[in-house]
Design a protein around this ligand. Structure first.
Ligand SMILES: C[S@@+](CC[C@H](N)C(=O)[O-])C[C@H]1O[C@@H](n2cnc3c(N)ncnc32)[C@H](O)[C@@H]1O
Length: 226
């Protein structure tokens, strides 16, 4: 009997947003840790673990066998959700990828525009672009939870389709639904600030208008006391 592993900080938060008994798609599954962990804990009814590359998918397949969850977790070699049918997944996790790639994957799967589907997204970069895309395309950001992994801070976004295009402030794209209620949130916002400062200084050097970025920086500093 193999003892079950623990999920890392990012994947634990993703798991916390998965609805009990759901059908899951884990896009870019790699080692398939998330669906295996959920299956072993009796938290999902089925899962498609997909990856665009054969090598990570094979690693995932080996782990699925090792933990004996072949009946629940199936693998799929495909880009994004290209080979996943809408009936196969109500909760969709896309974790450990750049925000732009996550946007592409969502944009290529029109069946996600359904209020019964839940998107659980953990971008490594370009979180502001992902939030902007969601708001502009009728996906409501329900909640966000900061997390840490490998000494870095990230956010996990939970979104569902409402069909309403949401108008949002420039600062919302950077802060999202995060609140000043934990050290993780403050650390995450410190990392956002540091990137924003670099971007702002680059814009200033090239003679661009930094007004909007200055306002966002000020709002983040005030809201998070950093
Ligand atoms: C850094 S790993 C993340 C693994 C896991 N989701 C996690 O968060 O720990 C990214 C995985 O996504 C896969 N990937 C990258 N682009 C993809 C795409 N467009 N569709 C499906 N999988 C993709 C890669 O092959 C890789 O296995």
């Amino acid at each position: 009997m193999n003892t079950l592993f623990s999920l890392d900080g990012r994947l634990s938060v993703c798991a916390s947003y998965v609805r009990k008994g759901t059908s899951l798609a884990d896009v870019g599954t790699d080692h398939a840790y998330l669906p295996i962990w959920l299956a072993k804990n009796g938290l999902i009814s089925s899962a498609v673990a997909s990856d665009i590359r054969i090598k990570p998918l094979k690693a995932g397949e080996e782990n699925i066998k090792k933990y004996g969850v072949e009946d629940i977790v199936k693998t799929r070699l495909c880009g994004g959700l290209d080979e996943v049918e809408p009936e196969e997944a109500d909760d969709i996790v896309i974790a450990g990828m750049g925000g732009e790639m996550i946007v592409k994957i969502i944009d290529n799967a029109s069946w996600l525009k359904n209020s019964e589907k839940r998107l659980i997204l953990q971008p490594m970069t370009k979180m502001h672009e992902l939030r902007s895309y969601l708001c502009e395309n009728g996906f409501e950001i329900k909640s966000e939870t900061p997390c840490t992994h490998g000494g870095k801070y990230y956010t996990v976004i939970c979104a569902e389709y409402s069909g309403e295009t949401m108008s949002f402030s420039p600062s919302f794209a950077y802060i999202g639904k995060l609140e000043n209620n934990s050290e993780y949130a403050r650390e995450y916002m410190r990392s956002v600030l540091s990137k924003l400062h670099k971007k702002r200084d680059g814009t200033a050097v090239s003679g661009g208008d930094t007004g909007e970025m200055d306002a966002v920086i000020k709002e983040i500093r005030e809201k998070f006391g950093i």
